[in-house]
Design a protein around this ligand. Structure first.
Ligand SMILES: [Zn+2]
Length: 465
């Protein structure tokens, strides 16, 4: 019983009996995948890449043979999958944009996968328009096994309880869901769509009693819950690990969450379309790319980004044959780490996620400025501003949407903004200031500091050649 939380022996029952039986009943191979991923996570990088290459080649053959969209794409370049012999050859294929998916979704679906193996999915539309697509059953099982391995990088083990700060919990939608959650998934949820004081008080009491070793949630929601616990001086909650995902995790959010819950935050990055893209390990020095599921590229001006450079994230999902995503421009930006990780795993690491492409402001001279740092910076300098959002609607025009604090500083505030714009963007950038009563967060509950209305596929020169 070394290191065992004796209060939760049921977690052993789940791990050894319930989870395998359930997987057997559902004919779900995710536990087999998970065990293999556990064994192979310290392989040399060359082996990982060889594996990726084999699976990429079979994906390209499949996409050419079974989807009209990719066949047309390769035909228009005058090539077939047999002509793609190296990674450099592969990198000549055009990028896949969200607009491509909206325009050609049905022609991207493979004609060889039975429709009962295809699951429809949808993004929340945080960039303005939602996206609908399909993922096949085998891909979902693979990704579930992979995510489980990454969950355990926090110190949590399969079968143990989880406390989640998350929107719209799945299990509450049917009685089967309840039973499954009670016996197998063991997750207690604070619903972020109704995160008021009563809900947070109740969630805190439940977590205090159940002691889940893992807290899981959106970066900002975890931060809000931590702030609530701190402000109300509630009894300490001490999980083994915390997974923050679905949003950029700011340094100030990480610092407060770690302080309040007394453990490290594991930052995770993914998206609905391809699931988990990268995750921090026990070393917490950047996020390892999920090379078991994806081929990952970080591009600047259409080429791999250099050390220290921010680039656009481009992924190829090696597992979803139902609707292949080949060189998909996710819409986020990242900077890669150069040195190997202390944990011994060889998967490359993202040193930092720099936000969405659409969250960048571009200067007329072609520089990129991160909207988040800009708003934080401006808001610090400007007196009397409660909240601010910057909208870039043209290459040489910015709109500042401002919620005033005490008000009454109109002229001085306008003069301050004009000075900052001149300093940061030069004299060719025009701007306007607009007052608002409030700046709404989006329907997904995320708040955007900066909105670029410029063509995002063209940003970082990552547009189609
Ligand atoms: Zn590591």
């Amino acid at each position: 019983m070394n290191g065992v939380n004796q209060g939760d022996l049921y977690s052993y029952v789940v791990r050894a009996v319930v989870a395998p039986l359930w997987a057997n009943k559902e004919r779900s191979p995710y536990l087999k995948h998970y065990k293999r991923f556990l064994r192979t996570q310290y392989r040399p990088l060359e082996q990982v890449r060889e594996d990726q290459w084999t699976r990429l080649k079979s994906l390209l053959d499949h996409a050419y043979a079974h989807t009209g969209f990719y066949r047309d794409r390769m035909d228009s370049l005058g090539i077939t999958p047999a002509d793609i012999r190296t990674w450099q050859d592969f990198e000549r294929l055009p990028l896949l944009t969200k607009d491509d998916i909206r325009a050609h979704r049905d022609r991207m679906v493979a004609d060889s996968i039975p429709s009962d193996r295809l699951f429809p999915k949808k993004t929340s539309g945080s960039t303005g328009v939602s996206l609908s697509f399909f993922v096949d059953e085998d891909s979902l099982q693979w990704k579930r096994g992979c995510a489980l391995r990454h969950d355990e990088w926090t110190g949590w083990r399969l079968g143990e309880r989880i406390g989640a700060v998350w929107g719209n919990p799945e299990y509450k939608k049917s009685w089967r869901g309840y039973v499954r959650n009670f016996l197998l998934e063991r997750t207690t949820v604070l619903d972020t769509l109704r995160m008021d004081e009563d809900a947070m008080t109740m969630f805190h009491a439940q977590i205090l009693k159940e002691k889940p070793p893992l807290l899981f949630g959106h970066a900002h929601s975890l931060y809000l819950f931590a702030r609530f616990v701190q402000a109300n001086n509630l009894s300490p909650i001490r999980p083994k690990g915390i997974i923050s995902t679905a949003m950029v995790l700011h340094d100030f959010e990480r610092a407060l969450v770690e302080e309040v819950f007394g453990c490290k935050v594991t930052n995770r990055y993914g998206c609905e379309e391809v699931s988990l893209i990268a995750c921090e390990c026990e070393a917490h020095q950047g996020l390892h790319v999920n090379m078991d599921t994806l081929h990952f590229e970080c591009l600047r001006d259409g080429k791999p980004a250099q050390a220290g450079e921010t680039g656009a994230v481009v992924v190829t999902d090696l597992t979803n044959h139902g609707m292949p995503f080949i060189r998909y421009l996710v819409g986020d930006t990242a900077r890669m780490a150069e040195t190997p990780c202390a944990c011994g795993r060889t998967y490359p690491r993202i040193a930092s996620l720099e936000g969405r492409i659409a969250d960048y402001v571009r200067t007329p001279e072609g520089e990129y400025i991160s909207g988040i740092s800009l708003t934080e910076n401006f808001a610090m300098v400007l007196e009397g501003v409660k909240q601010m959002q910057i909208v870039q609607d043209e290459l040489d025009h910015l709109l500042f949407r401002v919620v005033q604090g005490d008000g009454g500083r109109d002229q001085a505030l306008r003069a301050d903004i004009a000075r900052l714009v001149r300093e940061r963007f030069g004299t060719s950038m025009r701007h306007d200031v607009e007052y608002a009563d409030s700046i709404q967060s989006e329907t997904s509950g995320k708040y955007r500091f900066c909105v670029s209305k410029l063509d995002s596929a063209g940003m970082f020169g990552a547009g189609r050649p």
